[in-house]
Ligand binder design. Sequence first.
Ligand SMILES: Cc1cc2nc3c(=O)[nH]c(=O)nc-3n(C[C@H](O)[C@H](O)[C@H](O)COP(=O)(O)OP(=O)(O)OC[C@H]3O[C@@H](n4cnc5c(N)ncnc54)[C@H](O)[C@@H]3O)c2cc1C
Length: 470
Amino acid sequence: MSSITDISVLIVGGGPVGLTAAHAFTQLGIDFTLLERRDTIAEDVGASIVLWPHGMRIMAQLGLLDQLRSIGTDLLSGAYQGKSGKIFLQTSSPQLCKTNHGIYPQLFARADLISTLYNTLTASAQSKIHTSKTVTCISPLSPSGGGVKVLCSDNTSHTGTFILGADGIHSLVRKTILSLSPSPPTPPLKTRYSLLWFSLPRPSHPLLSTIPPTSAFEVHTKNLSLQLLANDKSNAQFCFIYRLLPPDRYKSSQRFTQSDIEAIISHPDVAALPIGESGLTVRDVWPLKAKHGITPLEEGVLSPEWHFKNQMVVVGDAAHKATPTAGQGLNMGLLDVVSLANQLSELVDSANSNKEVVLGGLEDAFKRYRAERIDSVQGDCKRSGMATRLACWRDWRFRLFDRLVMPIPGVDVLLVNKVNSPTMARCLVFKGIKVDREPFEGRVGWEEKMPLWKKGAHGDKRKNSADEST
Ligand SMILES: Cc1cc2nc3c(=O)[nH]c(=O)nc-3n(C[C@H](O)[C@H](O)[C@H](O)COP(=O)(O)OP(=O)(O)OC[C@H]3O[C@@H](n4cnc5c(N)ncnc54)[C@H](O)[C@@H]3O)c2cc1C
């Protein structure tokens, strides 16, 4: 693999996808600078994140498995409840993940995941990450293409070969691509649901300790659903309340106030939602919350392109947004990083370190990246939207399916085996990162195998990277 020092990617956004790109570029010998608007990378914000076997496999290929296992919790079981708390389905999904792919879904506190992604970067990679840098303006270095410049709110400027927009749902990079694109602008993201979340310290109520930290609960009811997930490593439970918005609030730019939050929580239907099988309700536990937040749930895929010329390209939530019921958003972003990194390292290798050749091939590499990802992303967004509508009983058909069809023995297993597992098994791997062995194996084989070291061939490389790591 060649390494070219005069190509440098300007990553905008140090969320989980931007940090994963930093790991990948470090290992592939691609230089980068990462600009993040927050004051610290490892800010203690956000709720929880589930990584599914395919997401964990990507992390394992980046050498992060042990560190992530030390902060993650195996999700061993999942139950669907009615609004009275009665369980109508014990889902086989977590167990089938283990059987089919060799690992249970892993639950992380988002803050722990982000700080681990940062802390496991080498010292030299960390030195390329700059916080308190809000990118405010993007411009090409020359009109003919080749190089970009960004301005930050602290009046500094930074240049790079191209911009990788990992700047989330309100992405400036995406807005810039759309404003420059000659094609008709994409339809706005659709917003039909809001999500109010809060975390509960486990010891805050004796009855909360009765909920096993390895279990997930979902309450399904009309226009409303609740998910409860627990992470024993961070000793916290995370509660997510999905709610259908009134039509006059179908816009993604909306902001919610604290009084909106209080109004939602005190609505009798919300207040009475059960918290697992603890016998507690939202009304009981809301005063015990440690952190909380609310967000509109945008849905959609950037169209028609994810790039502009050879100057900028987007990954993660900046390119596509799914509702979080099925826990796919970050997993999708990780696959974007794999796909784009593969395209870049292939281009760099074939250009034999010639910068002009790389610049000439970048736009095609960006197109190939989107072409490789688009079907999978559209499928994931669609299934995620369906999962939210099923949990919130969008209409009588969803309700019938949820309460009458899903509990039929075998239906849940069939859906996992015929839809979810084959989708996960198609996951991409970094072609340029070798590992000792496949980290997880199950009944369903991975379509693409990881490149393996020949026995004894990697001793020196391991030693060098260990010397450099913090
Ligand atoms: C409540 C909730 C639960 C979820 N649960 C799951 C789950 O279980 N599993 C899953 O896979 N997904 C889940 N998701 C989705 C997941 O959180 C996102 O898909 C993921 O965070 C996207 O990562 P990202 O790095 O692309 O964007 P973000 O996480 O949004 O990060 C973007 C980063 O860019 C920075 N930034 C933005 N603009 C600028 C700028 N102009 N200049 C500099 N920096 C900038 C931001 O500060 C931020 O750090 C959940 C989402 C929510 C809301």
